[in-house]
Design a protein around this ligand. Structure first.
Ligand SMILES: *Cc1c(COP(=O)(O)O)cnc(C)c1O
Length: 403
């Protein structure tokens, strides 16, 4: 067994490792604790150089003890692409995009569920359930079926049809819920005793944050063991931000990176913006909250399970939070598309956020910025048509279009 423990991100209490129930008695979230001092003696940057390009190259910083229980479909070590054309146009120094849509289930949710399902296997669980706006459901479905674990997934009924259909394809019991993600979560909580489900919802178990942590580990390694000045990340439940913040602290404790923490920017869609509202002073908050109906994306989480933790990370890092409109997000999808990058509304929101932070002067000329493209456009294609495509039968029809 690895020498693992848990620590409370709010009151710092230390507890023995466990597979479920990540709430401390103080209300804070429990996170996995590694003996970093001991690890720093044997785990080196050099050792990593000869390892396979997978997020499991960071095995020492992942909580799965039994290597036979690792459930992998090829997740992680996604490309970090530099957008040099835009560096010349925008008032920043460097611009990168981390292509998380290239994960096995088409979104970065693969990372979290690779670790979470490995832990389920290690703990001998046979049934798991998740409430999800789609991508977490698809990832649980894929990894659980690969592991021989039965998955049940509960998805708000307006979520993108292609994402929903992926779940039964992977063999999951799939249900559309007439409500939002917290209504789906309530169904799992009500039934988990009777059905024998492990709830693998956000911050309910230790694996998903640890899996998403590898985004931060990879980013640092791909940038030559440095962190960018700014990370722009589409935030819903917050496990990605929490994971990357944890990655930063662990790499610092191991002596792998130096320098200040990246400024974390959370982007959300207008109308469902608890992080943006939480960053405002109380008086302003009462006036906040857009009237528009937010799209069913991974950012639509009205009640993140540990909002105070997300807010403290954003504030500590000197970051900020932004709500973008549907039309800003749609424009961003087209702009990224014309650079050869297929981005989901969440990934596009990072671009929209970048442009707004350039326009309002928040970004500095010396900043290096990394955007997280968390999923690709195709999964959302049936939700709203992104580009209109004419129908023709003949060359005359083509000419009639004015070409
Ligand atoms: C889940 C999801 C998000 C939100 O991520 P969190 O780490 O839960 O805040 C963003 N983008 C996509 C595509 C998602 O599926």
């Amino acid at each position: 067994m690895k020498q693992l423990g848990l620590y409370c991100s709010r009151c710092s209490a230390k507890l023995p490792f466990r597979y479920q129930d990540m709430k401390c008695s103080c209300g804070g979230t429990l996170l996995v604790d590694y003996d970093l001092e001991r690890l720093s003696k044997t785990f080196t940057k050099e050792a990593l150089q000869t390892r396979y390009p997978s997020m499991w190259r960071y095995n020492e910083l992942l909580p799965v003890s039994n290597p036979d229980c690792i459930i992998t479909l090829g997740e992680g070590w996604t490309p970090l692409v530099r957008l040099q054309n835009w560096e010349l146009k925008l008032p920043i120094k460097q611009l990168w995009i981390k292509r998380e849509e290239q994960n096995p289930t088409g979104s970065f949710k693969s990372r979290g569920f690779s670790v979470a399902v490995s832990l389920l296997k290690e703990a001998g669980a046979t049934k798991a359930a998740v409430p999800s706006n789609g991508n977490a459901a698809g990832a649980l479905a894929a990894y659980a079926s690969h592991a021989g674990i039965k998955a049940s997934v509960f998805i708000p009924l307006d979520c993108p049809p292609l994402i929903v259909e992926e779940c039964p394809l992977y063999g999951a019991d799939t249900f559309l819920v007439d409500g939002l993600i917290h209504d789906a979560a309530a169904i799992i909580e009500a039934g988990k005793q009777e059905q024998g489900w492990v709830n693998v919802g956000t911050l309910k178990e230790p694996g998903r944050v640890e899996g998403k942590k590898t985004m931060g580990l990879e980013l640092a390694e791909q940038l030559g063991w440095t962190f960018p000045d700014v990370i722009i990340y589409p935030t819903g439940g917050g496990s990605g931000i929490i994971g990357m913040w944890k990655a930063y602290h662990e790499l610092k404790a191991l002596g792998f990176v130096d320098g200040p923490m990246p400024r974390f920017v959370c982007v959300q869609e207008e109308g469902c913006q608890p992080i943006v509202d939480g960053m405002l002073p109380q008086a302003a908050m009462d006036l906040a909250g857009g009237a528009s109906r937010p799209s069913p994306t991974g950012m639509r989480v009205p009640q993140p399970p540990d909002l105070p933790l997300i807010l403290s990370i954003v504030k500590q890092s000197g970051g900020t939070a932004l709500a973008l409109s549907k039309s800003q997000i749609a424009d961003a999808t087209r702009t990224l598309g014309t650079q050869g990058i297929s981005s989901s509304p969440e990934g596009s929101a990072t671009w929209a956020g970048l442009i707004e932070l350039c326009d309002n002067g928040w970004l500095r000329a010396t900043d290096s910025v990394v955007l997280f493209n968390t999923s690709h456009a195709m999964k959302y294609a049936q939700l709203e048509s992104i580009c209109s495509v004419p129908r023709i039968r003949s060359y005359a029809d083509y000419k009639a279009l004015g070409y």
